[in-house]
Design a protein around this ligand. Structure first.
Ligand code: 13P
Length: 257
């Protein structure tokens, strides 16, 4: 479906890497190596303690900052949790939800992902909702079943006006941090099916507006091919977002010739 309706979106996911003191030098280097004229939106999603430094260091370089999780509760007696209000107050624009690592390490369910996504949208923070099949589901041909379930559950009960703001990241679990990337055709096939699903659940206008990223060992070598696919609107980048040069090269790859 036509790409002209959507601005490409490259987001880094630092996961549990880097320290607060490393943020400023990283962003300074990124500003130096990143293309000045960009055809995409760029964000970096960092661990909570790095948020203030990341927001301060990205103000002048046109990079937005995201969190990697948030609480589904508003405030109060929830030890160890971080609220939306806190993220908003800092100036956070995005939040990654339902990453497969959180689903695996913290037992996050589709129900929880849906509740958090709705709360984020209501507050004005844009959720990046991750979906993806396991290696076993992939080899058994169950990819689309898994993805359909996760997408429907994540969007359950959302108004069309909210869904158009959502970013969906298709991240096959077997491709995360493994160096095994889905081929551009495989990733395109799944992203196109996700878009069709959204068209079925809402309508063509909403489906055209929703941005779908690919994530899983995306790097400066494979980014151009993946990003040239008609339904892949950007990337959610793990390992390669920790190196300013690699991340900048992926950003540059959104410029299609
Ligand atoms: P890698 O790019 O390190 O494979 O990680 C992808 C990912 O999980 C981004 O959220």
């Amino acid at each position: 479906m036509q790409k002209k309706y959507r601005k490409p979106f490259i987001a880094g996911n630092w996961k549990m890497n880097m320290k607060p003191s490393e943020v400023k030098p990283f962003m300074a280097k990124l500003a130096e190596v990143m293309p000045r004229k960009r055809e995409c939106e760029v964000a970096i999603c960092v661990p909570y303690p790095l948020l203030p430094a990341a927001i301060a260091a990205t103000k002048k370089i046109g990079v937005r900052v995201g969190a990697q999780n948030m609480s589904q509760f508003e405030r109060g007696a929830h030890t160890g949790e971080v609220s939306l209000e806190m993220l908003l107050d800092l100036g956070v624009k995005y939040v990654i939800l339902g990453h497969s690592e959180r689903r695996a390490d913290n037992g996050e369910t589709d129900y929880l992902v849906n509740a958090k996504a709705k709360a984020a949208l209501a507050s004005g923070i844009c959720p990046i909702i991750c979906v993806g099949e396991s290696e076993e589901e992939h080899t058994r041909g169950l990819t689309m079943e898994r993805i359909a379930y996760q997408v429907k559950a994540a969007l359950w009960g959302m108004e069309a006006s909210e869904v158009r703001k959502v970013v969906i990241a298709y991240e096959p679990i077997w491709a995360i941090g493994t160096g095994k990337t889905a081929t551009a055709e495989q990733a395109q096939e799944v992203c196109s099916r996700i878009r069709k699903m959204i068209r079925g659940l809402y309508d063509g206008r909403i489906a055209r507006a929703v941005r779908i990223q690919y994530g899983g060992s995306m790097n400066e070598k494979n980014a151009k091919e993946l990003l040239s696919m008609p339904d892949i609107d950007g990337g959610l980048i793990g390992g390669a977002s920790l190196k300013p040069e690699s991340f900048a090269a992926i950003i540059a790859a959104t410029a299609q010739d």
